[in-house]
Design a protein around this ligand. Structure first.
Ligand code: IPD
Length: 272
């Protein structure tokens, strides 16, 4: 299986880079933006990027399943969960966010990325995040470590939450999730050295994997926002759970990723 997984990783990396360059260059020619809600948006480049990636996968692996943000959009949270629960052990599922951080992308704020995770046996076996602004390609294969532009990466060594930087995002799925997230800020900011609100779960998780920051918590997100990032953090030596510290299923919408050392402190700060 190792050989097949590496071939899948190679295709995911190629697709993420192609799509990344496409969105970076395509932006200069103008964007068409639609509102999904008052706080969530989509551009024509999200849809075109997803089509580009989907076609590359279909050509090489026509039998593989595809779970992409723009294809699933419109499903209720329950339908989305049901779809994930239908993945069988034998299915290979490509979980694709064609632009994670769409609002940043629309505003030309340099925190957006292509995120591709692949699930087999209901586990994330490959994760790729490409940041076209910094030309950084993050890759991971289950059991084989995590890499940035081909070089191994590792989570930070911060031992105390007071020395750690934590990332988060302003949720876009509902105002209620947003209010709950904002309510956590006082204790989190008291516990940690500092906080970043980036609204690109993929880059936030990749930054934990490479030690630029020490923790990330995200609420109200989707499998396509986090699949690749979760594997990267784990393969880089970190810990990923739900916000209360319990194991994180594929259907989870809230996630906490840390360098491991400060996980308990982060769980306490998020749940007090
Ligand atoms: C968004 C980002 C952000 C999270 C939002 C997502 P999108 O993804 O991952 O970090 O807070 O909830 O919607 O919509 O730009 O792909």
């Amino acid at each position: 299986m190792d050989q097949l997984y590496s071939e899948i990783l190679a295709l995911a990396a190629e697709a993420a880079q192609k799509a990344g360059i496409f969105i970076r260059e395509g932006r200069k020619k103008g964007l068409h933006v639609d509102a999904k809600s008052r706080i969530d948006f989509v551009s024509d480049k999200d849809k075109q990027s997803e089509t580009l990636i989907r076609e590359m996968i279909r050509k090489k692996y026509p039998e593989h399943l595809f779970f992409g943000e723009e294809s699933i959009y419109g499903d209720s949270p329950e339908e989305e969960k049901a779809e994930i629960n239908r993945f069988t052990n034998d299915d290979f599922v490509w979980v694709v966010d064609p632009i994670d951080g769409t609002v940043n992308y629309i505003r030309d704020y340099p925190q957006y990325a292509i995120s591709i995770g692949v699930v087999h046996h209901r586990e994330i076996i490959v994760g790729v995040i490409y940041d076209p602004f910094r030309d950084e390609l993050f890759t991971a294969q289950k059991g084989k470590g995590a890499f940035r532009n081909g070089l191994p990466i590792h989570v930070s060594d911060a031992r105390e939450a007071g020395d750690a930087i934590i990332n988060t995002s302003m949720p876009t799925n509902s105002m209620l999730t947003r209010e709950n997230m904002v309510a956590r800020i006082p204790l989190v900011s008291e516990t940690f050295q500092s906080m970043r609100i980036w609204n690109c779960a993929a880059i936030s998780l990749a930054s934990v994997a490479c030690g630029r920051s020490d923790a990330d918590y995200e609420a109200g997100i989707h499998l396509w926002d986090m699949a690749a990032g979760i594997l990267l953090v784990r393969e880089a030596g970190g810990t990923v759970t739900q916000l209360d510290g319990s194991p994180c299923a594929l259907t989870e919408t809230d996630v906490l990723a840390t360098n491991g050392h400060i996980h308990e402190a982060a769980v306490r700060a998020l749940n007090t």
